[in-house]
Design a protein around this ligand. Structure first.
Ligand code: GLU
Length: 327
C-alpha cells in the first residue's frame, strides 16, 4: 500500500514537471461560431393561421345565457336514462382541466394533486353526483383541445378558464358563467410597455386555441403572435426574454405574477372573458344539472370559499356573477 502511494506521488510529480516545462505553442484556431436558435418550448408557432372557424357563420347569441336548472336529484340517485346516471354508473366524472395554470388548474408539486378555482368547480359537480368530490378522472388538456375533447365525448365537462363565446356555442354547450375575467398583459418588471397598442410588431405570447390569441391578431397594432400549447410555456419565454409580453386573462396572468416577482401585470382589461363550464352539445340535462350545482355553490358558500382561497389576493371581483338563462 505504502509503495503504491509513493509510486503515484512520483508519477503526479513527473506529470506536473512536464506540463510546466512544455512550450505554450501556437494557439489553436477557435471553432467557427455560428448562430443557433435559442431553445424554446415544443410546438411554438409564430403567427399561426387562425383556426377560430372564422369562415363559418356564427349566429348572434348571448354567450352568458345558459339553460335553467330543474329540480336537483340527490347525490347517488341520478335519474334513470340521464347523462348524470351514466356518470354515476361509471363510478367517476371525467373532467378536462389544466395542470399548468396556477390558481385555476395546477399540479401542487408537494401533494401531486390538481388544485385551483376550476378544480374546486369540478369537485362540486362530483360531490353533487356521487356525494364524494374525489370521484373524478382528470384529463389534462390544452386550450386548443377543449372543444374537440367535448365533441368526441372524451370528457363529461371541461373546466379550464374557458370563455363562453357564440362561436364555441355552435359546437358545445356552456353552463352559466361562474367567473368574469378580462385580457391584459404581463411584461418584465423593467419593461416600459403599458398597453397592447405599444406592442405592434413585437413578440407577444398566447396559447393556441385561446380567445387571447385571436384578440392579438385583431389588435390595431398587431404584434408578432407567438403561439404555444400551455400558458406555462408563455411564462418561460417571457422569463428568457424571448417575448416582450404575455397576453391573456387577468386571472391566468395573476397566477404568473404570483410565481415570479420579476414580472408585472400592466394595462387595462381590453376584453371580457366570461368563464363557463363546457359540456357536450347533446347533454342538455347535464347543463341544467351543472347549473344547479353552480347555484348551490353560490348559496352554499363553496364559490366564496374557493374565491377566498385562490383569487382574493389577486382578483377584483369579490362576488359571483348573477346567472342568466335562456330557458
Ligand atoms: N379564456 C380564454 C379562452 O377560453 C383564454 C384562457 C385559456 O385559453 O385557457 O380562450
Amino acid at each position: 500500500m505504502r509503495r503504491a502511494l509513493t509510486l503515484t506521488a512520483a508519477l503526479v510529480g513527473a506529470a506536473l514537471l512536464t506540463a510546466s516545462c512544455a512550450s505554450p505553442g501556437k494557439p489553436v484556431d477557435l471553432a467557427t461560431v455560428t448562430t443557433v436558435d435559442r431553445p424554446q418550448p415544443a410546438g411554438v408557432e409564430v403567427n399561426p393561421p387562425t383556426t377560430s372557424g372564422a369562415a363559418t357563420q356564427v349566429p348572434p347569441c348571448d354567450p352568458a345565457a345558459s339553460l335553467r336548472p330543474g329540480p336537483q336529484p340527490p347525490a347517488g340517485s341520478m335519474p334513470q336514462g340521464s347523462t348524470m346516471r351514466a356518470i354515476q354508473d361509471r363510478g367517476r366524472l371525467i373532467a378536462g382541466v389544466d395542470q399548468n395554470t396556477f390558481l385555476f388548474g395546477f399540479r401542487n408539486p408537494t401533494s401531486n394533486a390538481l388544485e385551483g378555482f376550476d378544480i374546486d368547480r369540478v369537485r362540486d359537480v362530483a360531490a353533487a353526483i356521487f356525494g364524494d368530490p374525489n370521484r373524478v378522472q382528470y384529463k389534462v388538456i390544452t386550450s386548443a383541445e377543449r372543444i374537440d375533447a367535448l365533441k368526441r365525448n372524451e370528457v363529461d365537462i371541461v373546466v379550464r378558464t374557458m370563455t363562453a363565446t357564440c362561436a364555441r356555442w355552435v359546437d358545445i354547450n356552456f353552463s352559466a358563467i361562474y367567473y368574469v375575467a378580462g385580457q391584459r398583459l404581463v411584461v418584465d418588471r423593467s419593461s416600459p410597455i403599458t398597453g397592447i397598442d405599444q406592442l405592434g410588431g413585437k413578440r407577444v405570447c398566447a396559447a393556441k386555441g385561446s380567445t387571447s390569441l385571436n384578440k392579438l391578431r385583431e389588435s390595431p397594432a398587431p404584434p408578432e403572435a407567438v403561439a404555444v400549447d400551455n400558458w406555462s410555456d408563455c411564462l418561460l419565454m417571457l422569463q428568457q426574454g424571448q417575448v416582450a409580453a404575455v397576453s391573456t386573462d387577468d386571472t391566468i396572468l395573476a397566477g404568473m405574477v404570483a410565481q415570479d416577482p420579476n414580472i408585472k401585470l400592466v394595462g387595462p382589461k381590453f376584453t371580457e372573458e366570461p368563464y363557463g363550464i363546457g359540456i357536450p352539445k347533446q347533454n342538455e340535462d347535464m347543463v341544467r344539472f351543472v347549473n344547479g350545482v353552480l347555484e348551490k355553490s353560490v348559496t352554499g358558500g363553496s364559490w366564496t370559499a374557493s374565491y377566498n382561497r385562490w383569487l382574493a389576493k389577486a382578483g377584483e371581483q369579490a362576488a359571483p356573477p348573477v346567472a342568466k338563462y335562456r330557458d
